[in-house]
Design a protein around this ligand. Structure first.
Ligand SMILES: Nc1ncnc2c1ncn2[C@@H]1O[C@H](COP(=O)(O)OP(=O)(O)OP(=O)(O)O)[C@@H](O)[C@H]1O
Length: 265
């Protein structure tokens, strides 16, 4: 695969008008953030800070109120069709179709991309096998455990060989052993495929375990910290976790975590 395009938010703003109260909510307030090709970035932040809004803007489901969000030199909203098959998502809910087998679920995006039938099957089988489901390809979602269903969802995401993988709380609902296993596999596969991966998570342990970078959002996606995890010694991860926690609670940047936070301060 050619190198994935860089992702850039410049002065990105998203304001919603709430239907009931008529009041405006600033979900994202002038965010500047660059994500380099092949980076693995964990985004953390308290509930309501704008993580999912940022995710929706990246997958082109919504458009910015002001500023720009670009992938390469294109807008995911304006060029929605261009990005089909280039961006894949894994959500907390596996979103499998109950009437389709694991194999048929995994090949669904390939059908939509009109990949030849034999190649659809081959690619879906390959990814299901990689994810340990070789003996379950003909099983229906209700016959699989939550972890297995999430494996099908991951196989479905990788089957399109996406340049960019986005995961929104993809492992948060699984037991810790299964979550750690799947998180590790997801990361290894993303690196092997050379994809850029962005994971939204509430769990700091997960962010530290997975991310090359941890981006910490405060209210309205204010960039509180941008941590390059490799600059931290593994022995100091406890300190790192506490510093992120304090940053989140206080909604202020910590000087130790200001790799690029100054860009938006
Ligand atoms: N469609 C919408 N209409 C009105 N307000 C919205 C809409 N979507 C999000 N918001 C508001 O924007 C803010 C950010 O929401 P968002 O879902 O992006 O937060 P989040 O960080 O993903 O939260 P969580 O971790 O709970 O999923 C919240 O105040 C939310 O109420």
């Amino acid at each position: 695969m050619t190198s994935p395009p860089p992702i850039a938010a410049r002065g990105l703003r998203k304001v919603f008008r709430q239907t009931t109260s008529g009041q405006s909510v600033v979900a994202i307030d002038r965010l500047d953030l660059s994500i380099a090709p092949k980076e693995v970035v964990a985004i953390v932040g308290q509930t309501g800070c704008g993580k999912s809004t940022f995710f929706d803007l990246m997958i082109g489901l919504d458009k910015p109120t002001e500023g720009t969000l670009t992938i390469g030199d294109r807008s995911p909203f304006a060029d929605f069709d261009y990005f089909r098959g280039k961006i894949a998502t894994v959500f907390q809910q596996d979103r499998l179709l109950p009437w389709r087998t694991a194999l048929d679920n995994a090949k669904l995006p390939l059908e939509l991309l009109r990949v030849p039938e034999n190649e659809q099957r081959e690619r879906a089988l390959q990814w299901l096998t990689r994810l340990g489901l070789a003996h379950f390809v003909n099983a229906y979602p209700h016959e699989l455990s939550g972890g297995m269903r999430q494996r099908v969802a991951i196989a479905r995401a990788f089957a399109v060989q996406p340049a960019i993988l986005l995961a929104d709380e993809a492992f948060g609902h699984l037991d810790e052993v299964t979550a750690a296993e799947l998180r590790g596999e997801f990361l290894a596969l993303a690196r092997e495929c050379g994809s850029t991966a962005i994971l939204i998570t509430h769990q700091l342990e997960e962010a530290i375990a997975v991310g090359d970078r941890i981006v910490v959002f405060g209210k309205s996606a204010k960039l509180l910290a941008d941590i390059h995890v490799k600059q931290w010694d593994a022995a100091d991860y406890g300190t790192l976790r506490e510093a992120i926690q304090a940053t989140l609670q206080g909604n202020v940047a910590d000087r130790r975590l200001v790799h690029t936070a100054s860009a938006s301060a």
